[in-house]
Design a protein around this ligand. Sequence first.
Ligand code: NAG
Ligand code: NAG
Ligand code: NAG
Length: 974
Amino acid sequence: MRAVAIAIASTLLCAGPATTQGATTATTAASSTSWRSIPTLPSDVNKGRKLLANLEDPNAKDAQRLCPGYTAINIRNCPGGLSARLVLSGANCNVYGTDIDQLDLRVLFGPESRLNVRILPAEIPEEQESWYDTNEDYLTRTVKGVHFNPTNSHFGFQLNSSPFEFSVVRKSTGDILFSTKGNKLVFENQFLEFRTELPEKYNLYGLGEVMHSIRLGNNYNRTLYATDVNDPLDENLYGSHPFYYEHRYATLEDGSKKGYAHGVYLRNLHGQDILLREKSLTWRTIGGMVDLTFYSGPTPTDVIADHVKAVGLPAMQQYWTLGFHQCRWGYYNVSDLEGVVETYRDFNIPLETIWSDIDYMDQYRDWTNDPVTYSLNAFSAFLDKIHENGQHFVPIFDAGIYIPNPNNASDAYSYYDAGIAADAYLKNPNGSLYIGAVWPGFTVFPDWSAPGTQDWWTDSFQKWHKEVEYDGIWLDMNEVSSFCVGSCGSKNITQNPVHPPFSLPGEPGNLILDYPEGFNNTNATEATSATAAIEARNSANAAKAAAVGPMSMAMPFVSQVTPGVDIRAINYPPYVINHVQNGHDLAVHAASPNATHSDGSLEYDMHNLWGHLETKATYKSLLKVFRGKRPFIISRSTAPGTGAWAGHWGGDNASKWFYMALSIPQALSFSMFGIPMFGVDTCGFNGNTDMELCARWMQLSAFFPFYRNHNVLSAIPQEAYRWAAVADASRTAMAIRYMLLPYIYTLFHHAHTAGATVMRALSWEFPDDESLVEIDRQFMLGPAIMVAPVLDQSANYTNATFPGGENEKWYDWYTHEARNGSEGKLVDLKAPLGHIPVFIRGGNVLALQHPAYTTAESRKNPWDVLVALDSEGDASGDLYLDDGESLVQEKTAFITLEATNSLLNISRKGQLTSTEALSSVTILGVSKKPNQIRFGKAKLDNWSWRESSQVLKVRGLEGVTKGGVWSKEWELSW
Ligand SMILES: *[C@@H]1O[C@H](CO)[C@@H](O)[C@H](O)[C@H]1NC(C)=O
Ligand SMILES: *[C@@H]1O[C@H](CO)[C@@H](O)[C@H](O)[C@H]1NC(C)=O
Ligand SMILES: *[C@@H]1O[C@H](CO)[C@@H](O)[C@H](O)[C@H]1NC(C)=O
């Protein structure tokens, strides 16, 4: 029976709609849009200049060789630290800017675990402040106040005055953590360089945003410059997080290992290159100051918590945001959305939130809806219906604001006018509007430093919410992206609206033909025709390129600017960072560095903060829209502290197995950066997915904090119901996720209050185990759950390490079978399609709630308690409860669950009560048959114990927990 049902379903869903709908989609994309009738931007508007990145240039000037370095004078101890004056030790070298002759060194001991080292020009004219320092309102400082006694610090600071060098030492071990010894400080108005020695084979993590395995390795170049790009490996992406931690392992006298981690954060968000070499790390920025914070750990968990507290604790999410989200570019009208929501229901696959990409907008303008395909009547009726069903809607929101055509009265756009009235937009240096181009055509961009911007922004979101009742906002394109170089619209807005200078997915020349790696192994016929089509496209594109002629050669950049401390080359700084965009030009695909803010600061200095500040402004707006509910925001561009307002998704990945694998280290790095609400485009964004990849990915992402399936325009559909096997796999994994929601929510509470992580690397939970330094194909969700997914095509098993020795216990989620730690060895695990290996670490107690279709329904369901005893017979866990949505809670409850000596004890704090009862308690690792089971004093009969599995199961607890299992304290003994 079952086999037949699956066969029918897959013909219906896979072969049928998948291909035909894919084809219809492509035609609709080309015909339904108004792009055809409007002018297209010339294709060279985004070309920029072709520069040679300094990293690529074998003849680049070596600042270490050419520059004189500094000498420290007037060294003084002062309250909480020390200060000194640094003077240039020789003639100016002016390698990539103009040397600053006199610098101030300020060393500030924070709380025990933090040390802040700042080096900045001794004198900074007021109008140059933003060149060197970032406003505290934009980027918080890590050490505040100056009265901490250095003798209590975990750190020692060593200074050599001539030449000026410094080292940071861990007092308890004498270990040198950071040392500029033997290397010069280079401090110019457009270039900073300093270098620290590192131990051989160092283990270094962080420095994002990047697609890379978790450990960065010792021959690696990192560039940070926020950019709109399709997730290329090892290149700069959407966000900038100049933070790393290093993990060292000491051998103790008894031969065992002890891990020590420390963190380093550079509070400088200028464009930068970081060079990791065999025994050193070199930091180069194109501006700003040295503002380093060291965190002493000693575990990675301590380092991360300290950093996250310093930059801003992550936002507490609403409970519903942890449900499953479906999105795609190419839901053409309200009925498409309706169809998806209904079909999820028909297939009984939980859907919490439906998302809209740019399809819903009126000509891609913010705060609007397409009057035909997303008419307000149909749209509101749809939103009312899903809201009644406890479901939600989140639309995309773009950063560029359309500038209406002044020659066309019917092109009026009141939100733009209101922004003009508020004087809320970026300017050119001459004071005129900076006009770039994004989806709607020529656009302007909000200026977050302008005094009127916030109110205009808030008014706009409030007004729009009266029309389209969204439940959260998805901020896209906020690097900030622009499809042309410079203020390309300044003289051309009478052409508006204009089509972007490239074809959309599905348009001729840009058909979506890619499939996952190995697609030919499982779908030979389709793969053959796709390969033929790709070859045809490639040769057509090659012919086109040949007709245009070769690109000019990249040349080393020679600055035309006469040196002088007060003069900078803004659009083409003398040091060319290894920026991923065409020609490394900073103005390609972004608002140019010379775009100017109302406070006089330039994008040159503020670029990496644009998305961060937009997120902050949007958070403030949504607080007003939703009156006291926690705003739900997912932002593409992020910076240190963005987590306080928003989550992040992994950007425009592709439907490839390697992108699924890299989603794990990407998520772990956002745990480090204090943005725990993270997930990627499940089943892949660019390209077509296939059944197997989508089935595996839907299961993997079910254990990520943010769980969303998203797809590009004109690719084959990839909702979880499109293939029977994907539907089955999704239901299985979602049932586990929804049981774990109270646990995940509690993890968020700890993240929000104490900087704890939600998704975790194994090496964070087992910081003394050196065998885990590179493990990023498996991960932990909080302290209790370990996930070991299949990440390879056609594999029906995976292998995994089980940290800990023979005293560690790991229980299989499904069978409850126990196994011990594998002592660094990989163990084979069976994992046929539809099965994701999940384990519970012994020593944890989980409060689980029965899953339902929506999170609102599951919150009303009965509970189970799962006790996974460690080898001593102990376990503990906790549970945070609140109303699931309010920023300020009237009542909360915090439950502690503790098992020891055959007794489970539940204690509680807080005023909140709830009515759901307890259904069962399952205890794993009970080696002897109990004589009797008691709930408090009452003896229970409904229980069973199996010798083979050592599992004790107590059922039928609804009666004794009537009135709410968490509303009172109780005990269960066995
Ligand atoms: C990093 O940059 C150096 C030049 O400084 C280059 O030789 C090397 O190949 C680059 N490394 C990688 C992994 O790209
Ligand atoms: C602006 O208009 C001029 C004149 O029509 C044209 O040559 C130029 O390509 C246009 N620039 C853009 C960015 O559309
Ligand atoms: C599929 O393609 C890969 C890579 O090109 C090749 O190694 C493999 O042999 C192909 N499989 C089949 C069944 O043709």
